[in-house]
Write a protein that binds this ligand. Structure first.
Ligand code: PMP
Ligand code: GLN
Length: 391
């Protein structure tokens, strides 16, 4: 059932997001109209067969009871080794890694551990739609700072101006959903400079860390010794193993932060699906997973090539993530929500209106496509969109 934004008798509103999350709205509309779903971010192809096998093995071998509260030791160990290999950083699996039921939960839990009523949190918009409600549910006050179009790189002067003595946190996301912008080393250094003499804690949402294209590098907050000491870094296996429905993620944070995080986690989820942790520990531990960024870059390249057959405008090709933002100014003047609904109903392709990523629903007439799809799905979608006429 959709949530209609009105208070339910006896239940106060905990946050300002009226209505149902856009990902549910657009996926439901896609189903209703039999549209190709390029809205919500999830792959439509099969996962690695070995991973399916391992999941079944786990259940058959009897790994079916509660895993330890911070996560299965073998999985946390495998994560630590994997980060050492990929980033050269040392992470203590016992005191710095907590396995969570997805990254969305990890972000919520970090905010819950951190925020007291009245604390301000800087959010760079457009932003993934759970951030603002999560802050508000914890009594925090959202301070939005706009990322300027068309490249959506951070305007650091604006961030500086937004900081007050009440600023407790800033949440950042690279590679960025929905714009596909990525941070370079200078961005991290500038952030470090700005927060140096404050108590600001960083939440670094790096769920798309392995989806960076054109040979560019993802800089993790964990590689920045100064910032790492004041950061929660959040990850999702869904984006690495193409299994978003498994909903397994993790939080990497300094020991004190991890203690605070687990104080909340132990009484909310307590622990995470055991067979899935077993399967992930094995595939990660054996280091045999197929790199997802090559696969996704090929999809990004195909999508960018195919979209030329349509009147959409690509202002900035995405540098990372599952997503490409485009303009439709050559097609019509509708608002982006209306446009997304119209496109789903009339042309059979579902997308996400970018206004959904702003607290005040700022409408720059942009939509987001998810290209993490089979080649056949992308070709079918573009065939439908090719019928759109430029005015
Ligand atoms: N952060 C961002 C930027 C996302 O796009 C998503 C969506 N997958 C998440 C966090 C949440 O990931 P999960 O599915 O593991 O909760
Ligand atoms: N992260 C995904 C997206 O941006 C969706 C996750 C969700 O449905 N909440 O499309």
């Amino acid at each position: 059932m959709a949530t209609n934004g009105k208070p339910v008798k006896g239940f106060g509103l905990k946050h300002s997001a009226t209505g149902t999350t856009i990902f549910t709205v657009m996926s439901a509309l896609a189903t209703q109209h039999n549209a190709i779903n390029l809205s919500q971010g999830f792959p439509d192809f099969h996962i690695d067969e070995r991973l399916s096998q391992l999941l079944g093995d786990a259940a058959r071998l009897g790994h079916n009871q509660y895993a330890p509260m911070p996560g299965m030791p073998a999985l946390r160990q495998a994560i630590a080794v994997n980060f050492k290999q990929r980033y050269g950083v040392n992470i203590d699996p016992d005191s710095e890694i907590t396995v969570t039921p997805g990254a969305t939960y990890a972000i919520y839990t970090a905010f819950t551990a951190l925020l007291q009523p009245g604390d301000e949190v800087i959010v760079l918009e457009p932003a993934y739609d759970s951030y603002i409600p999560n802050i508000e549910m914890n009594g925090g006050i959202v301070v939005p700072v706009a990322l300027p179009a068309p490249d959506f790189n951070v305007d650091w002067n604006k961030v500086k101006e937004a900081i007050t003595p009440r600023t407790r946190s800033i949440i950042i996301n690279t590679p960025h959903n929905p714009t596909g912008a990525i941070w370079d080393k200078n961005d991290w250094d500038t952030l470090a400079e700005i927060v140096r003499d404050t108590d600001i804690v960083i939440l670094s949402d790096e769920v798309y860390e392995q989806l960076v294209f054109d040979g560019q590098k993802h800089y993790s907050v964990l590689e920045h010794p100064e910032l790492r000491q004041r950061s929660f870094a959040l990850y999702s296996f869904g984006k690495v193993f193409n299994n978003t429905g498994w909903k397994i993620g993790y939080c990497i944070a300094p020991p004190e932060y991890t203690l605070a995080f687990r104080r909340i986690h132990q009484f909310v989820a307590f622990t995470v699906n055991t067979p899935a942790q077993y399967a992930l520990a094995h595939i990660l531990g054996n280091n045999t997973a197929i790199p997802v960024n090559q696969l996704m870059q090929a999809k990004r390249d195909l999508f960018l090539e195919l979209i030329k057959q349509t009147p959409f405008t690509v202002f900035t090709p995405t540098k990372g993530s599952y997503f490409q933002v485009v303009g439709y100014e050559r097609i019509n003047d509708m608002g982006d929500m209306e446009f997304a609904e119209w496109l789903t109903k009339e042309y059979g392709v579902a997308t996400i209106p970018v206004s959904a990523f702003y607290k005040n629903k700022k409408d720059d007439k942009l939509i987001r496509f998810c290209f993490a799809k089979k080649e056949e799905t992308l070709r079918d979608a573009i065939a439908r969109l090719s019928a759109l006429a430029a005015r």
